[in-house]
Design a protein around this ligand. Structure first.
Ligand code: C2E
Ligand code: MG
Ligand code: MG
Length: 723
């Protein structure tokens, strides 16, 4: 035992106990911070639990440290402690730790928050210490040297701030050193014990002072305090480990469910539900592969476009189920009629495409068309009737007629229409003089170049409705081209051209700017509406995207929360790695992001977890089939629960009937959009409807123009994320 003289009353320190008290403080800080870090990584339901657990360990630790520190001090008299005050000091330590962890771990640790957290933690440690000292029943009372007392509190606040910074800042910055958390805990432990010993140094025990009444700290209490500290650390480590195991099991289950949905979606994405044939997307994939092979010298091929003659008549007179039956039989016959390496796909309705490999001449392709026609023309029994089916077939050849996907398909279509015009029941190879589509497209392209400067674009808006309340808090902006000769053109007729030519960038910038302008106008008129803007894949990847968005927001002084970006699933999932970075930048800007046409791509669903996305928009094709096809219903259900698990909202697109809405409501879908509530219309036309159903107006909200909520710990107002 080493002793040294410091106080007026002769006091010595047991250096073993001093060392033990510091070690306990460090251990406890490390365990508590590790536990609190869970608060950051964990979803909402368990946050409270981890905050509370961390607060208990840290609080008990600070408190134990204090009493072991007191025991380390040997004085000529025995100190007696007032029990209620001592227990109160424990409560203060726990409450302090709880407050500090909440502040540091449940939001972005800005400088203000950090300072606030340091004040709470540092002040609380000081308060606990001096309350613990006040619990000593001694006469005359302890006096304190003001300078040392102030130094102990200041030290406590500074070390707390630094420790919170080291521990809770790294999560925002993945490059930060992994030892930062450990260093933070060591610093916190040193801070707690430093405060204690500075506080002791500040205390002045008068010689001849008498302590009586209350509880005496003897070796029993020493052991009990150490046991309490060690026990709480152990208990928390145990709970934390058990939980980690449980979490791992949950993640495994989740991953296998994701794989299952993934496979289902992939199948659904590549196949036609009615006939089981590959669909349009799958066909494009095979066509691309065939083009690649052909360019590598592995043989020419032909694309056949088929359209049944008079199918509509059969469908209308015999009913849909007979029509479906017929399509299934046609699909079966087509599959039999072609060779194993060829592809038959169903586009839509009664349109099919066939990819025939190794076809060298129009005559060879004609022979394939003949055999298909022959297979289809055999009588077919539908219910009690015998039906005769015939078909019109258009053929385009690679490399003779075209050498890109689009032109091959367009030419096959062109030839098919030509065969139809000649009365059907025939096939036709593409010929240059049929080239109407390409000309029309060329025309459109040159018009499109001038459309922006001539002010021919307009935005229409479609409300998005809260399923439960029927209120509207956002609209989707949909682009319209007022063509001088052709009238209003829907985006699908010109956006692909705009994307191919790069014109989508200036057009997209105009859309952003116009949408922000409209949102601002509405806001000025007391109507708070978030506007969702569609971004094309090209815009999403373009390096100037953030500046364009910032400029649009800035020009109209619009809060970022009032702008939402819709990005299609395929755009986000292509190069998912770099998408994560772009999405993170957008989310940091404060604009909302949703994934459009969800379910139509080939999503690697495990990526969804990593995307900072606010909502998923279920594609209209699912909504349309949901009530007829049980499989689709299941997928919609799976998407909704998956999104909710990942804390995302779900919007259903293309809702046209009350029945669809009822089903979506039953499945817990958050919002919907569709003709049932309203078609897209110009701002002037839609405004009265928005006003009648608006969820919020500027009158309801604070001056910041976004809905605000106060966080539970009473910090500054935060903009709300939900609609
Ligand atoms: P989207 O973003 O999935 O938009 C939904 C489409 O569904 C819109 O078609 C809308 O008019 C239509 N719709 C809404 N409710 C119903 C319904 O109940 N039934 C049916 N059958 N359809 C409904 P629209 O306006 O023709 O737009 C088509 C696509 O064009 C959009 O699909 C979007 O991908 C794209 N688009 C529209 N505006 C823009 C734009 O400003 N920029 C870009 N890059 N793309 C745009
Ligand atoms: Mg959209
Ligand atoms: Mg969509």
């Amino acid at each position: 035992m080493r002793a040294w003289n410091r106080f007026v009353m002769h006091t010595t320190f047991d250096s073993w106990l001093v060392g033990l008290s510091v070690t306990i403080a460090v251990f406890v800080a490390y365990t508590a911070f590790r536990l609190a870090a869970r608060v950051v990584d964990e979803g909402r339901p368990l946050r409270r639990f981890w905050t509370f657990g961390g607060a208990c360990v840290l609080g008990i630790g600070i408190w134990s440290m204090h009493f072991i520190g007191m025991l380390a001090m040997a004085m000529p008299i025995q100190l007696h402690y007032d029990v209620p005050l001592t227990l109160l000091s424990l409560l203060v330590a726990i409450l302090t730790s709880w407050g500090a962890i909440r502040i540091a771990a449940t939001g972005r640790l800005s400088l203000r928050r950090l300072m606030f957290g340091a004040l709470v933690m540092g002040g609380g440690i000081g308060a606990m210490h001096y309350l613990g000292m006040a619990a000593i029943d001694i006469t005359p009372a302890i006096r304190y040297r003001p300078a040392l007392l102030a130094a102990s509190i200041l030290f406590s606040i500074l070390t707390s701030g630094l420790a919170l910074h080291l521990t809770f800042q790294p999560r925002r910055d993945p490059t930060a050193h992994p030892l930062a958390r450990l260093a933070g805990a060591v610093l916190m432990g040193l801070g707690i014990s430093g405060t204690h010993y500075l506080g002791i140094a500040a205390a002045h025990f008068a010689p001849g002072a008498v302590s009586r009444g209350g509880l005496v700290l003897n070796s029993f209490w020493c052991a009990a305090t150490i046991a309490l500290a060690a026990g709480s650390v152990l208990a928390c480590t145990l709970i934390s480990d058990l939980y980690t195991a449980e979490l791992a099991a949950r993640t495994r289950a989740h991953a296998s469910r994701l794989r299952q949905i993934n496979a289902q979606l992939r199948h659904q994405a590549l196949h036609d539900a009615l006939t089981g044939l590959p669909n349009h997307t799958a066909f494009l994939g095979r066509l691309e592969a065939a083009l690649k092979d052909a360019r590598a010298g592995l043989g020419p091929f032909a694309v056949l476009a088929l359209d049944l003659d008079r199918f509509k008549l059969i469908n209308d007179s015999l009913g849909h189920s007979a029509g479906d039956e017929l399509l299934r039989e046609v699909a079966r016959r087509l599959r039999v009629a072609v060779r194993a390496g060829d592809t038959v796909a169903r586009m839509s309705g009664d349109e099919f495409l066939v990819l025939v490999r190794h076809v060298r001449s129009p005559a060879e392709a004609g022979r394939v068309a003949e055999s298909i026609s022959a297979a289809l023309s055999k009588p077919l029994r539908l219910q009690t009737l015998e039906v005769l089916v015939s078909t019109s077939i258009g053929i385009s050849l690679h490399p003779g007629d075209a050498d890109t996907q689009e032109t091959l398909l367009a030419h096959a279509d062109e030839a098919m229409y030509s065969a139809k015009r000649r009365g059907g029941r025939s096939w036709q190879c593409f010929a240059a003089d049929m080239n109407g589509f390409t000309q029309e497209r060329l025309c459109l392209e040159s018009d499109l170049h001038r459309a922006l400067e001539r002010g021919q674009f307009e935005l229409h808006y479609q409300p998005r409705v809260e399923v439960t309340s029927g209120r509207v808090s956002s609209v989707e902006a949909l682009l319209r081209w007022r063509h001088p000769e052709r009238g209003y053109l829907p985006p699908l007729t010109f956006i692909p051209i705009a994307e191919e030519t790069g014109l989508i960038l200036p057009i997209g910038a105009w859309v952003l700017e116009e949408a922000c302008r409209q949102a601002r106008l509405w806001q000025n008129d007391g109507l708070l509406m978030r506007v969702a803007v569609n971004l094309s894949a090209l815009q999403f990847r373009e390096s100037g995207l953030l500046q364009t968005i910032a400029a649009a927001l800035d020009a109209h002084q619009l809060a970022p929360k009032l702008l939402e970006l819709e990005i299609t699933e395929s755009a986000v999932m292509t190069d998912a790695q770099s998408s994560v970075a772009i999405l993170e930048r957008l989310s940091r800007m404060g604009v909302l992001v949703s994934v459009d046409d969800f379910g139509t791509g080939y999503s690697n669903m495990s990526y969804l977890r990593r995307f900072p996305i606010d909502r998923l928009k279920i594609d209209a094709s699912f909504v349309r089939e949901m009530n007829d096809d049980p499989q689709t219903g299941l997928i919609v259900h799976a998407i909704i629960s998956l999104a909710h698990n990942l804390h995302m909202k779900v919007i259903a697109e293309g809702v046209e009937t009350p029945l669809q809405l009822a089903r979506l409501a039953a499945l817990g879908c958050d919002q919907y959009q569709g003709y049932l509530f309203g078609r897209p219309a110009s701002a002037a036309v839609i405004e009265p409807k928005l006003r009648a159903h608006a969820a919020l107006s500027t009158v309801d909200s604070a001056a910041t123009s976004t809905r605000l909520r106060r966080p539970a710990w009473g910090g500054p107002l935060l903009a709300s994320n939900d609609d």
